[in-house]
Ligand binder design. Structure first.
Ligand code: UTP
Length: 524
């Protein structure tokens, strides 16, 4: 098997002929694999990406680029202007009802879809399947994907109920990657799409970029295979265009898109309150945020830099800036809008960004230890030193293109608890489980249930459980049946799918499960 001269020419022009260094050692099948990998690479894109970031590679630790950038950002950053911001804590009950009603109206008219970013590798969690399939150990055993699917079903039901329609459809677009596509597809199929209509779940795959060494040469994973890495959650915009997703949204008459990350167990998909707020602000692009826990929390904050909206990472600003307060007499941080990967876009905005600005989105560099073939032709599966870079775009890098930006602040305990780490004190399965169950305790308290004293302590320390199915309540609504009712842990409310529910103390469609055996979900 020979190498096509066109392939050689492409590699020569791209300065990547080293990819053929082991050609003579490969069998025919390996050669075919290598040629397929090479054909898939857009060398211009790789070169452009490298050119754009290479100054960052060599400026640290000897150069001053990072500090120069921080100084500059510190000097020119400003908080989000008040008229663009809203907060669930400050809005009046009437305002919140109004937002919710307008959001539900848009949902009832089929104008809202959700877009899940599920292409990440979840390296910190360390499982070999997509994070959305992870079961954090709730009594029901539900995975993140199932919880999300059920919130969609519940919200469609609420919108239909409120407006007496049956047209509420929330299409679920799921951005996958090479690492997650196949397993995600199989998982949904084998669980019968968790009761959602199959045609309303649309998976589309993001693109990859090869990993590079510091000189911009593509790293070989094996002698016959190129390294490949997902191009970051900002790869969304390219995939929206190249996979025909924008057209699908338009065909479905979708106007508003709620984009969110896979790992936040408390995520309120297509949150009608957030959507209603964005509609009132006439926002083309908006972000949901939470207050930082401490000034030095390692979270990006949303602010204005040089007149344009942007997420500034904690590492990019000085501690002094991170600690600045709104005024001398206030404890409230000036830069307190913590980004939680939860965004609203109009379809018009996405079309504009994907068609006109996608190429302008910058690449972020991650220096990593990348399993690859070293200079001596040996495959190194666990490099001890950083040996290369991955290039990623970020979903929030489209904010500067917004003409009517808005920011909606929510309560962390109600809306943000991500699953990131396998163990430790923060963002683990245990913290997700606890945060969800404590929220459900609060919902029952607000509904007037008679609960044991110090119930929160039992959940934290004795491992007792309290879970309410998303099919029963999306955000604490419709729990009146618990009013005045004495409940003891464990508590588990699930939608009863069997016709012969004989428990008269709760509405006919609900069941309380002691001992917390999960109930099979209803499949349409
Ligand atoms: P993270 O940056 O937390 O990455 O992604 P991750 O893959 O979940 O975890 P680590 O960093 O490897 O441990 C934030 C969101 O962006 C998605 C993730 O699936 C998650 O929902 N994402 C990330 C993508 O969709 N594509 C990517 O290329 C990267």
């Amino acid at each position: 098997m020979e190498i096509d001269s066109a392939v050689r020419e492409r590699l020569t022009n791209a300065n990547q002929t080293h990819l053929l260094a082991y050609w003579s050692e490969l069998n025919d099948e390996q050669r075919r694999t290598l040629l397929r990998d090479i054909n898939e690479v857009d060398f211009n894109r790789v070169q452009q990406a490298y050119d754009a970031i290479k100054h960052e590679l060599f400026s640290e630790p000897n150069g001053h680029t990072k500090n120069e950038i921080s100084d500059t950002i510190d000097d020119i950053m400003e908080p989000i202007p008040d008229h663009m911001a809203g907060s669930i804590n400050e809005a009046s009950p009437e305002q919140l009802d109004n937002y919710r009603e307008n959001g539900l109206k848009a949902i009832s008219e089929g104008q809202v879809c959700v877009l899940l970013l599920a292409g990440g590798q979840g390296t910190r969690l360390g499982v070999d399947y997509p994070k959305g399939m992870y079961n954090v150990g709730l009594p029901s055993g539900k995975s993140l994907y199932q919880i999300q699917a059920e919130r969609i079903r519940r919200l469609e039901h609420l919108a239909n109920e409120q407006f007496n329609t049956d047209s509420a459809t929330i299409t679920w677009f799921i951005l996958t990657s090479e690492h997650t596509q196949e397993q995600t597809e199989k998982y949904f199929r084998s669980h019968k799409y968790f009761g959602l209509k199959r045609e309303n779940i649309i998976l589309f795959e993001q693109h990859t970029l090869p990993a590079l060494n510091f000189q911009g040469k593509i790293l070989l994973e094996e002698k016959h295979r190129l390294t490949k890495a997902a191009d970051g959650n900002g790869g969304l915009y390219r995939a929206l265009r190249t996979r025909g997703v924008l057209e699908k949204m338009a065909e479905r008459h979708i106007k508003y898109v709620h984009v969110y990350g896979v790992d936040n167990i408390l995520v309120r998909l297509a949150d009608p309150v957030f959507i209603g707020f964005c509609l009132e602000k006439n926002a083309d692009c908006a972000a949901k945020v939470v207050k930082k826990t401490v000034p030095t929390e390692a979270v990006g904050v949303i602010c204005k830099v040089g007149g344009r909206f942007q997420v500034v990472e904690y590492s990019e600003i000085s501690e002094e800036t991170a600690r600045r307060t709104k005024s001398e007499s206030s404890d409230e941080l000036l830069y307190n809008a913590g980004n939680i990967c939860n965004h609203f876009f109009t379809l018009d905005f996405l079309q504009d960004v994907c068609q006109k600005h996608e190429n302008e989105l910058r690449y972020h560099v991650a220096k990593k230890k990348i399993p690859s073939v070293d200079n001596h032709g040996n495959h190194v599966s666990k490099p001890t030193e950083i040996n290369g870079i991955k290039l990623e775009k970020f979903v929030f890098d489209v904010f500067p293109f917004s003409k009517t930006f808005a920011v909606w602040e929510v309560r962390r305990e109600d809306e943000f608890s991500p699953l990131k780490n396998e163990s430790g004190a923060k963002d683990t399965a245990a913290t997700c489980r606890r945060d969800l169950m404590l929220q459900h305790v609060r919902w029952l308290q607000q509904a007037g249930a008679d609960l044991p004293n110090d119930i929160e302590k039992h959940i934290d320390t004795t491992g007792k459980t309290c879970e309410i199915s998303p099919l029963v309540s999306y955000a604490g609504e419709d729990l009146e049946f618990a009013n005045g009712r004495k409940l003891d842990l464990p508590i588990f409310f699930e939608l009863n799918t069997s016709k012969n529910n004989t428990n008269n103390s709760v509405p006919r469609n609900l069941t309380v499960v002691n001992g917390c055996t999960p109930i099979p979900i209803q499949t349409n």
